[in-house]
Design a protein. Structure first.
Lengths: 373, 232
């Protein structure tokens, strides 16, 4: 069967297989990367993100399959394709030279003249906010400065596609935040096509036009950000994209598009095309859950209201993650202000609510039932 | 003690009077060991880099052999090079036994594994993804090896220094394959051995002082290159 790929793709992978030590570490039947778009790969360690990036960048020869760049098959042995791309790794991997010389490295390798280097490099040093460091040794840079240098070195060659392998994962949160913002701006300004891998969901959301969730060397789901985040295809994707509550259940009643599913410790109302008796996964994103101390929450259209007890409160940056025992474990996000005004504390009682439309339903086994005629 | 002082005096007298025989021996030592080091540098850096960057069955055995080669006793090298270059030996047709060329060959066999071994360790010590990063910058294979060698320049120059130190100071191989022929294949170490055997300690000490000065000067130049000012 021919893999489904789009002829307009800038980079296309067909039937990519990478074996290592007799084990298949990458199995991608088809993947298209479109010009001007940013594709972000997310997934746990060992999911195959780096292997996929290296293979797409022509730095790792696949055991099988082929890569097409602008419709032409890539010759991984030559430097032709590699001179049209750029890659940034988790470590900055700078040369023992000045920042200027590092940024100029790709241009020198391509045999560009001094005049062009002298004109282009300062422009990119300024773009990445490291103009004042031009003469400094790369060995004496902070982690953030070094990664800015690495990014400038990649962008200065004006690549047609840039690969970013968890470029900010070793940086502290404030530095990462600043660099992500700069990268986002420069990607938009230059309209550079990019494929990035990350563990950080916030980073993925800021950068991505499309997201691919990887697991076990395969792409579990790929699509526009909103689609992947709001309509995960299975429990793994759901848990990985931040749907912190995934409840297996069975449909007990269906009425006018709204159904009730029995989950362990309770019942949930949701919207979807299901049949009575069908197995489903009910996915609830924590930002869709409202916590209050009144029953029922005044003026609320939430059809799912549960009283529960707070099990755990975890501070995560600007907000808090609250684990509530409602018969089942439900996770909600609240701001510090809400935490204080509602006097939420571990062991305390609380009312949790969410709308039926906030529940993303995954059918367990078998295709979706046919829509009603 | 007087013997040593006399020897040192004699050394400076031989140096400053530009004694023709001593000058010839010194120049031959420098030429022979310099060429052997140069050949070893090209061989050692190429092979060391290739082994460091490649993965193939039996690689560990190759690495072990290289490391073993770093400690090759010069007399053993001298013995085997002599056998190979002997009239009836596999390379006898070259007719280079008891010539400076034979010394260069033997010294290359001694120095090449030293340079290879240190190069191998130096390249392996670089960050694992650096080679991929260089390739991703669009480098050809030759550019990649050059840039990696540039990154490892400090240990690579140390390798060259170790190689030169190993061959300029060895005597066993040089005497066996060179024959210590006066005015033709006599180098500083073989001359020192001969003068010591004759009881001419003052000349032997003089030759040793010249040898040490030579080693110091060559290493001083290489150190200067190695420690050249780096960006701040």
């Amino acid at each position: 069967m021919k893999p489904e790929t789009n002829p307009d793709a800038l980079l296309r992978a067909e039937r990519l297989l990478v074996h290592r030590g007799g084990v298949t570490v990458l199995d991608i039947p088809a993947l298209d990367v479109f010009e001007g778009q940013v594709l972000v790969l997310i997934g746990p360690n060992g999911a195959g993100k780096s292997t996929l990036l290296l293979t797409l960048a022509g730095l790792l020869k696949p055991s099988r399959g082929r890569l097409l760049f602008r419709g032409e098959e890539i010759d991984a042995a030559g430097s032709g394709y590699r001179r049209r791309i750029a890659m940034v790794f988790q470590e900055p991997l700078l040369f023992d030279a000045t920042v200027f010389e590092n940024v100029a490295a790709g241009l020198k390798i391509r045999g560009r003249g001094r005049a062009e280097i002298g004109r282009t490099v300062p422009e990119y040093l300024e773009r990445f906010g490291i103009g004042h460091l031009a003469r400094r040794s790369a060995r004496k840079l902070s982690g953030g400065e070094a990664q800015r240098t690495s990014l400038a070195r990649a962008f200065v060659t004006k690549p047609e596609i840039i690969f970013l392998d968890e470029p900010f994962s070793s940086l502290d949160p404030p530095t990462r935040e600043g660099l992500t913002g700069d990268l986002e701006r420069i990607l938009r300004e230059t309209q550079t096509t990019a494929i990035a891998s990350t563990h950080d969901q916030t980073e993925a959301l800021r950068l991505a036009d499309r997201i691919a969730v990887m697991n076990g060397g395969r792409i579990a789901q790929i699509g526009p950000v909103a689609e992947v985040m709001n309509r995960p295809v299975d429990g793994f994707v759901a848990s990985f994209v931040g749907v912190e509550t995934v409840l297996p259940g069975r449909v007990t009643r269906v009425s006018d598009g709204v159904f009730t599913a029995a989950v362990e410790g309770g019942e949930i109302e949701a919207v979807g095309r299901v049949r009575t008796g069908e197995g489903v996964l009910c996915c609830i994103r924590p930002e869709h859950v409202t916590l209050s101390t009144n029953i029922p929450p005044p003026g609320s259209s939430a059809r799912n209201v549960f009283s529960g007890r707070i099990l755990k409160i975890v501070a995560i940056g600007l907000f808090h993650r609250i684990h509530v025992d409602c018969g089942f474990n439900l996770v909600a996000y609240v701001t510090r202000q809400s935490l204080e005004s509602l006097s939420l504390e571990e062991g305390g009682d609380v009312i949790a609510s969410f709308k039926a439309t906030a529940v993303h339903v995954i059918h367990r086994g078998g295709p979706l039932p046919a829509p009603p005629c | 003690m007087d013997l040593i002082v006399e020897g040192i005096k004699k050394a400076f007298s031989l140096i400053f009077t530009l004694d023709a025989e001593v000058l010839g021996i010194t120049l031959l030592s420098l030429t022979v060991s310099g060429l052997a080091t140069l050949i070893s540098m090209f061989l050692g850096i190429s092979v060391g880099t290739a082994v460091a960057l490649s993965r193939f069955p039996g690689r560990r055995i190759v690495v072990s052999l290289i490391n073993t080669g770093m400690g090759l006793p010069p007399v053993v090298v001298g013995l085997f090079v002599t056998i190979f270059l002997w009239r009836s030996g596999p390379l006898g047709f070259l007719e280079i036994l008891y010539t400076p060329t034979a010394i260069i060959l033997a010294q290359t066999v001694i120095a090449a594994p030293i340079v290879t071994g240190i190069t191998l360790a130096a390249i392996q010590h670089l960050p694992a993804n650096l080679r991929l990063q260089i390739l991703a910058l669009g480098a050809t294979r030759v550019q990649t090896v050059w840039l990696l060698a540039k990154e490892a320049r400090l240990p690579l120059l140390a390798a060259v220094m170790a190689g030169f130190g190993g061959v300029i100071s060895e005597v066993g191989a040089s005497i066996m394959v060179g024959g210590n022929i006066k005015g033709y294949s006599r180098v500083l170490t073989t001359a020192t051995v001969m003068e010591t055997g004759r009881g001419n300690f003052d000349i032997a000490i003089a030759l040793s002082v010249i040898l040490m000065l030579l080693v110091f000067l060559v290493n001083a130049v290489l150190t200067q290159i190695q420690q050249r000012e780096r960006p701040r």
